[in-house]
Design a protein around this ligand. Structure first.
Ligand SMILES: Cc1cc2nc3c(=O)[nH]c(=O)nc-3n(C[C@H](O)[C@H](O)[C@H](O)COP(=O)(O)OP(=O)(O)OC[C@H]3O[C@@H](n4cnc5c(N)ncnc54)[C@H](O)[C@@H]3O)c2cc1C
Length: 380
């Protein structure tokens, strides 16, 4: 039992950990090398309720909270951070449809999403706007009961493989109030995808540009009212940031576990690496960093579930702190493996490569500081 978790939460975490150990970890290095996106494995996870974790039960979801989601994504990331992170994006999209969609949209989209018969991607970033997302330019012109979309999204996780694209598009004035959220279905004429990007990590999921060239999307696919898209996108990201931090935590925990095992075997200067007090202290600091991160992450997750006024700030703090701390721990674990940490077969360098991007996406860690500072300084 982990202090602070009840029996159900412990059982959920153990279920996800067992799934990761049996179905993800044994293949993680190969999926990274071959750039394999394991949709079949994701569907198996969905069958255990992990594709609509915080989608309400009445909408066909699992009806759990953000802390349970954090436990699941941490556990899955111990098998592979990239696979866990994609599932977290899919969960974020499913939640956005549950939270902001109409009854008709929930009935149309959620059964497929929660079973992962359909897969979802989140499309906010554009070639000319990442951190400054509210300046996005993809146009959606109204034409009768359709929008006609023209523009391009950049860096879209799952693009090409996904069936549904939750897209933030401009339906009105410049700035955040002119943005709406629409669900674009894969076979819509005028929708196309760029090449799979060659990346440092996150190789077990594709990243592509998504292009709209006169793409006609029914107005019935808009989530919420016109002009609400930016707010919807940001509220999805509050939870997304908890999830991505949990993925970092799981990756770093796996790296620390590997380092501990390795150091118990590896001998130098007549003893085991774990005999050196300098290295023991390093391990103690790594364990402390992960425990502090986990404790604070769960605090932020509870605040989001409770709809606390400071939830957005706490999610930004958690994302910033945990993804930085976890990257550092994973990098230290690599160092503690010596030259073997640099070899692909030990699985450590992959974790470091995978975790690096968590400091960049779902809002860079600089933008997390912008959010925290804005709330702190306010009108002063
Ligand atoms: C592998 C991968 C997968 C991704 N998946 C998705 C996805 O599925 N959907 C999606 O919509 N996006 C996705 N992204 C995009 C990601 O969210 C953006 O890359 C990120 O938000 C940063 O935007 P940018 O790359 O345009 O950098 P920029 O915004 O150009 O930033 C460049 C640098 O300037 C800093 N900076 C910018 N503004 C400020 C400021 N005001 N103060 C201080 N520093 C600032 C940034 O922190 C950064 O260090 C993905 C990216 C990657 C690499």
């Amino acid at each position: 039992m982990q202090f602070g978790l009840d029996e159900d939460q412990t059982a959920i975490r153990d279920m996800a950990a067992a799934f990761a150990a049996d179905h993800i970890a044994p293949h993680a290095i190969e999926w990274d090398e071959t750039k394999h996106f394991p949709i079949g494995t994701l569907r198996e996870a969905a069958a255990l309720g992990m594709a609509g974790i915080y989608v309400r039960e009445e909408s066909g979801g699992t009806g759990l909270g953000r802390i349970e989601a954090a436990l699941i994504f941490e556990a899955l990331a111990q098998g592979c951070p990239t696979v866990s992170a994609f599932l977290s994006i899919h969960n974020m999209c499913a939640w956005m449809i549950d939270a902001y969609g109409s009854d008709e949209q929930r009935a149309r989209f959620l059964p497929g999403l929660t079973a992962m018969d359909t897969i979802a991607s989140y499309c906010l970033t554009e070639p000319g706007s990442g951190s400054d997302a509210a300046s996005l330019r993809t146009r959606a012109e109204r034409d009768g009961d359709h929008y006609v979309l023209t523009g391009e999204k950049q860096f879209i996780s799952g693009a090409g493989a996904s069936d549904l694209y939750v897209c933030m598009v401009r339906t009105g004035e410049p700035g955040p109030k002119g943005i709406s959220a629409v669900v674009v279905e894969k076979d819509t004429p005028g929708l196309s995808f760029g090449a799979n990007e060659r990346k440092m990590g996150w190789n077990a999921q594709p990243t592509r540009a998504v292009r709209f060239d006169g793409c006609r999307v029914p107005v019935a696919n808009r989530l919420g009212a016109e002009g609400e898209g930016f707010r919807i996108a940001m509220s999805g990201l509050d939870g997304g940031r908890i999830n991505i931090a949990a993925c970092s935590l799981g990756g770093a925990q796996a790296a620390l576990d590997k380092a501990l095992a390795y150091m118990g075997d590896r001998r130098a200067f007549g003893g085991k690496l774990t005999d050196f007090q300098a290295l023991q202290f390093r391990l103690a600091d790594m364990q402390t960093a992960l425990t502090v991160s986990r404790t604070f992450l769960h605090h932020a997750a509870r605040a989001l579930d409770a709809k606390a006024p400071e939830a957005t700030q706490l999610c930004a703090m958690a994302k910033r702190h945990v993804t930085d701390a976890a990257f550092e721990v994973a990098n230290q674990a690599l160092q503690l493996h010596g030259g073997y940490g640099y070899l692909a077969e030990y699985g450590i360098e992959k974790i470091v490569r995978d975790l690096r991007v968590h400091q960049i996406l779902e809002g860079t860690n600089e933008i997390m500081r912008v959010i925290i500072a804005r709330a702190l300084i306010g009108g002063r």
